[in-house]
Design a protein around this ligand. Structure first.
Ligand SMILES: [Zn+2]
Length: 493
């Protein structure tokens, strides 16, 4: 079977073959744990999950690492100098405000470890609700940056020794982009173009002279920072880019990995800097052979916006009656190299798709009467499904082949069930969230009723809206309508 993916580094689709088959070493940039992750964040994590599961279906043994950033990710993360404030500081400020109003989720918002742990716990919970496989390997394969400070200092020492890094006049350690001729290769930037300003400043407010505007921070001495560690360059903290280079190479145990993934906004500067650091420290020509990037997620055709209340988290959607398995299906089925668009209708359709697959599975299960069959990729239906995914994760073709197959005759129920189960190794929807006996369709009705209430209100049909609301209340739901729309939550007995 031909396996090929789009490689941002090459700018085209390339045949995929791991360095050390059947092993595949893959890293994807994880969340910065200063807030709840929203569905847009989960889009790129979900694509990494689909890629991992696809490779597993194709017979590879995938080693996946996804980090948790709990220090050094600045609010102006496009600036090479690390502009703005640490996102963990921003979280502490926000939670202090919440504490004044009596709603802080942690005892001490000034303790960044407490803040980080709170959002890590929330992230792992959401990731498991969405069926991300790597979240079942937490904490082994989901490292926290603060656990790898020693390794980061070691990498800085190597970069200094190799003249890829230098200490500026205020003691901060910078990477010298001119020392690495491939800098810009991933993003299509050139060092000359970066000189004209996009990458950073030669001189900051302390009149620190960098050698090149795009030279980026590795270590920032700052005795006042919320999290700091002793180092040969003074007490301070590492920059965000450095963390991924160290966690990827340390935990995967490879200087050169097979696949590095992230969202498209990670390409520059984050991934460009990761390549420069890792290659500078290892002396290898490559850090990762494939760079695979997911595009953005829009909500109702627009960028997610805090002010419009469309920064949906998994728990926001659950409160609207949308089950995580519907969110998973919606994220899985969107082609990764196109912007995805999350809509209420799309989620409702996805919940229906899941229900259809579950009904089909239940029917096969009933008919096969305990008989068990095993199938491999030579089975025509599975071959069609697998080869579609092997072709740059063509999920649309894979789903089309799945539904065409469902229409066929299934006289051998045990064999068909085995095929469906193999396909679900990638989709991951048949068993997700069934522990509480909640069918996808049960949630769907509630979501549809909430949507109908909002529609009636928008058309000023308040009597209709009130009747629908009463139906939900009678069914044991608490109904809440706000600017962001109507949500319903099952009342606890
Ligand atoms: Zn990263």
């Amino acid at each position: 079977m031909k396996i090929q993916f789009h490689n941002t580094l090459a700018g085209c689709i390339e045949p995929f073959e791991p360095i050390d088959p059947p092993n595949v070493y893959m890293y994807n940039c994880g969340p910065t744990v200063y807030d709840f992750a929203h569905v847009g964040n989960f889009r790129s994590f979900m694509i990494a999950d689909v890629l991992r599961r696809t490779l597993e279906l194709l017979g590879f043994h995938v080693h996946q690492v996804m980090n948790l950033t709990d220090v050094g990710h600045m609010t102006d993360d496009q600036l090479a100098d690390g502009g703005g404030e640490d996102k963990m500081v921003a979280a502490a400020k926000r939670l202090k405000q919440a504490k004044k109003q009596g709603v802080a989720p942690v005892d001490n918002p000034d303790d960044p470890y407490q803040v980080a742990q709170y959002y890590i716990d929330a992230f792992i919970e959401d990731a498991r609700l969405l069926g991300l496989k790597v979240s079942n390997e937490y904490p082994q394969n989901m490292p926290r940056a603060t656990q790898y400070i020693d390794g980061m200092q070691e990498m800085i020492k190597k970069l200094l020794a190799a003249k890829h890094a230098y200490i500026a006049s205020d003691g901060a350690v910078y990477y010298s982009v001119e020392s690495f001729s491939q800098y810009g290769q991933l993003s299509g930037n050139t060092i000359d173009r970066l000189r004209s300003g996009a990458g950073g400043r030669i001189t900051d407010e302390h009149q620190v002279v960098k050698r090149h505007p795009a030279d980026f921070l590795l270590w920032k001495p700052d005795a006042t920072h919320i999290m700091k560690w002793d180092s040969p360059w003074g007490a301070g903290y590492p920059n965000w880019h450095l963390e991924c280079s160290v966690m990827a190479t340390t935990l995967l145990g490879q200087d050169v990995i097979d696949i590095h993934m992230g969202g498209e906004d990670n390409i520059f500067p984050h991934h460009e800097c990761e390549i420069a650091q890792t290659c500078g420290a290892t002396g290898k020509e490559l850090f990762s052979r494939f760079w695979i990037h997911a595009r953005h997620l829009f909500i109702n055709g627009e960028k997610m916006s805090k002010s419009k209340g469309t920064f949906y988290t998994v728990r926001d959607l659950a409160a609207k009656g949308i089950s995580p398995v519907a969110v998973r299906m919606e994220l899985v089925k969107a082609p990764y190299r196109m912007n995805a668009n999350l809509t209420q209708q799309g989620l409702v359709d996805s919940a229906r798709t899941v229900q259809r697959l579950r009904d089909f599975s239940t029917d096969l299960d009933r008919r096969c009467d305990g008989a068990v069959a095993s199938v491999d990729l030579t089975h025509p239906a599975l071959e069609a499904f697998g080869s579609a995914l092997a072709d740059d994760l063509n999920i649309a073709a894979a789903m089309a082949s799945l539904f065409a197959w469902i229409q066929q005759d299934h006289s051998d129920a045990a064999e068909s069930l085995a095929v469906l189960r193999q396909m679900d190794r990638v989709l991951g929807v048949l068993d997700l969230g069934l522990a509480d006996n909640q069918e996808a369709g049960g949630d769907l009705e509630i979501a549809e009723t909430c949507a109908a209430i909002d529609q009636a209100r928008a058309q000023k049909e308040f009597e209709v809206a009130d009747n629908l609301r009463q139906q939900l209340v009678d069914a044991g739901y608490e109904v809440h309508t706000s600017k962001g729309g109507t949500t319903a939550r099952k009342k606890l007995a």
